[in-house]
Ligand binder design. Structure first.
Ligand code: NDP
Length: 593
């Protein structure tokens, strides 16, 4: 297909999918749906309420909290408390136990603190349970279970100026204070449900992928077959990174499987392989930092002597980069148009490969046609899988394509698409999560700083210094990706850097006897200005098919831009800037008093 026809096809496919409600189409898991999201994996352990004072309290015990806790312990700060509503550490890897859960960012760079914990990943890409076990290992290595409050919901956090402490109140009767707080609530912590009329009416078994009911399906997260599904009609709604990982397992186990598709994902080769212990032993001390920076450099269009990770992420960016180099050499100058041309040519090539892969694997022609993605690869999260497409060769697995419209409605016994009723015993919702910092979305528990709630402070979008500090919220650190590196291909790398910065600031405060650390208003305003005036990233691209990368296709206002934009010079520049900032020891932009 020539470029013009292709663009017209992309536009037509996008237009079909634009919904006036944008991100509001999703249902929050409250009211009648709240019970679906209880922690079915752990019984809260009985304990007395705590009423003490700690040096640092960290909200969230996923990788952001764990890594920050580890960095603090390394810096000699021992009084650290993790708080999480989950019954264990691990964050998304605690909750997401669906069959086939894996990370398709390479484990050598995805799993934080491998050297510090003396760990070796089993394979290039590792399963969710191995990632969860690694989270637990970080907690034990750095004694982060001591003092932690798990199965605990925070109800409020308030800065008390007279004692220069943050006060925590929880649903377990706790009422304690902390000198410093770090917010590690994660970018995809809150599941949401598809806005399909009648969803609540379904009388069969229904659960979200982040609360898999193995009691109903049989099997387990380690891959045991879901034997209870052998005589069941199972439906799954959602074909994003989660849905495509579940489908091969459901396909093998279910009597019949109906996959309700609104938009097909791009499914590139994964090509997993075990990691050889002998090879791993040859790595020199400091290897993981080198791998992290190598991946990030290549993944964001930079140059390195070699590609250490060598995967689909680095492949995408190297193709673009090499084309830019060729065009600049040919034309003797660099212009932004060259960047765009290189990007489009690389993307056309890649998406043709992805569509050809569908034809090569899926035997039924019509099904193959429906599984082909018609958008630029980075419009949605690229997916990598070697079994998903072949699932459709299983005669009991049916693709129900909704031509971009989604499931029409649900009733007591099943789902309707194009006027056809599909009877179901079980409905799996792979419908994703609210994305971004929850306090920027007005959906967190109240955090009150000097005079204001954080949600009010950020009503017009996040405002920070370095993505970490907020004026008016002393001794508070945000651990996230927005207004910072914004490296979406390897989320824990963002946290490793944030953790190092937080630990060095707190260490400096302790060493100098400072009781309050706060962003200087001018420094914060300057950082905000840089983020504000940064060119809108690709992720705000309204040419793209809708998804959470582009605010579901709705133009981004200031609020959406500020809540999602990163440092304008990119992840590598941000990491380097923060390293220099920490090492300078002057902590410019912060006031210690
Ligand atoms: P997504 O938000 O990516 O996917 C939600 C899916 O639900 C989409 O396919 C969406 O369709 C579909 N959907 C929503 N509403 C309807 C409807 N009314 N009818 C039919 N379909 C509907 O969520 P995921 O849980 O898949 O992934 C979330 C994120 O989690 C990923 O992007 C990734 O960052 C992370 N993740 C990472 C993994 C890894 O390997 N590292 C693995 C799994 C998840 P449409 O596309 O049309 O909107």
């Amino acid at each position: 297909m020539n470029r013009e026809d292709l663009q017209a096809k992309y536009r037509a496919e996008r237009d079909k999918r634009i919904r006036p409600e944008g991100a509001e189409q999703y249902i929050k898991p409250t009211g009648k749906f709240a019970a679906m999201f209880a922690d079915s994996y752990a019984e809260p352990e009985p304990r007395d309420p705590v009423a003490d004072d700690v040096e640092v309290a960290i909200v969230g015990a996923g990788f952001s909290g764990l890594v920050t806790g580890a960095r603090l312990k390394q810096a000699g700060v021992d009084s650290v408390r993790l708080i999480d509503r989950a019954g264990d550490v691990g964050g998304v890897w605690y909750w997401n136990r669906y069959p086939g859960a894996m990370c398709d960012t390479a484990a050598m760079v995805y799993l934080p603190l491998l050297e510090e914990t003396g760990s070796m990943p089993s394979a290039k890409y590792v399963p969710g349970y191995e990632i969860f076990a690694h989270a637990q290992k970080i907690a034990t290595t750095f004694s982060l279970y001591d003092n932690a409050l798990l199965s605990t919901n925070i109800t409020s956090i308030t800065w008390e100026e007279e004692i220069q402490r943050w006060r925590f109140v929880t649903d377990r009767g706790d009422n304690f204070t902390a000198k410093f707080i770090a917010l590690g609530t994660g970018p995809i912590a809150k599941p949401h449900l598809p806005g399909i009329p009648g969803l609540e009416a379904f009388e069969g078994e229904m659960f979200h992928t982040s609360r898999w009911n193995y009691g109903y399906t049989g099997g387990d997260r380690y891959g045991a077959p879901m034997t209870n599904l052998g005589d069941k009609k199972v439906g799954i709604i959602g074909t994003g990174a989660t849905g495509i990982q579940c489908v091969p397992h459901l396909s093998r186990s279910s009597g019949e499987l109906f996959v309700f598709q609104r938009t097909p994902s791009s499914i590139d080769v994964r090509n997993n392989h075990p990691i050889e212990p002998e090879w791993f032993k040859t790595l020199k001390s400091g290897w993981q930092y080198e791998w992290l920076m190598n991946f990030t450099t290549l993944q964001t269009g930079g140059f390195t002597d070699e590609d250490l990770v060598k995967d689909g992420w680095t492949d995408i960016s190297k193709r673009i980069r090499d084309r830019v180099v060729a065009l600049v050499t040919e034309r003797g100058e660099y212009t932004p148009a060259i960047q765009q041309e290189a990007y489009e040519a690389s993307d056309d090539e890649k998406m043709e490969e992805i569509r050809a892969r569908v034809d090569a694997i899926v035997q039924d022609h019509e099904t193959a046609e429906h599984l082909k993605p018609w958008y630029r690869q980075l419009c949605k999260r690229p997916c990598f899988h070697d079994e998903y497409l072949a699932s459709y060769n299983n005669p009991t697995t049916h693709l129900i394509d909704t031509d971009g419209q989604g499931v029409e409605r649900i009733d007591a016994t099943g789902a309707w698409v194009n006027g056809v009723h599909y009877e179901l015993d079980c409905l799996v919702l792979a419908s994703g999560f609210e994305v971004g910092n929850e306090h920027a979305r007005d959906s967190g528990f109240p955090i009150k700083g000097r005079n204001q709630l954080l949600t009010e402070r950020w009503a017009d979008g996040m405002e920070t210094l370095h993505g970490l500090h907020v004026h008016g919220f002393p001794n508070m650190f945000v651990i996230g990706i927005a207004q910072a590196a914004n490296l979406v291909s390897n989320i824990p790398h963002n946290f490793l850097e944030a953790g190092a910065t937080i630990a060095s600031v707190i260490r400096h405060a302790i060493d100098t006897g400072a009781t309050v650390v706060e962003a200087e208003p001018d420094a914060q305003a300057e950082w905000v200005r840089r983020i504000e005036t940064a060119g809108r990233s690709f992720f705000g691209n309204t040419e793209c098919t809708p998804g959470y990368y582009n605010n579901e296709g709705k133009p981004m206002g200031r609020r959406e831009h500020m809540n999602s934009a990163g440092y304008p010079d990119g992840a590598v520049a941000y990491f380097n800037l923060m390293t220099q900032w920490r090492e300078s020891g002057t902590f410019e932009g912060l006031r210690f008093s």
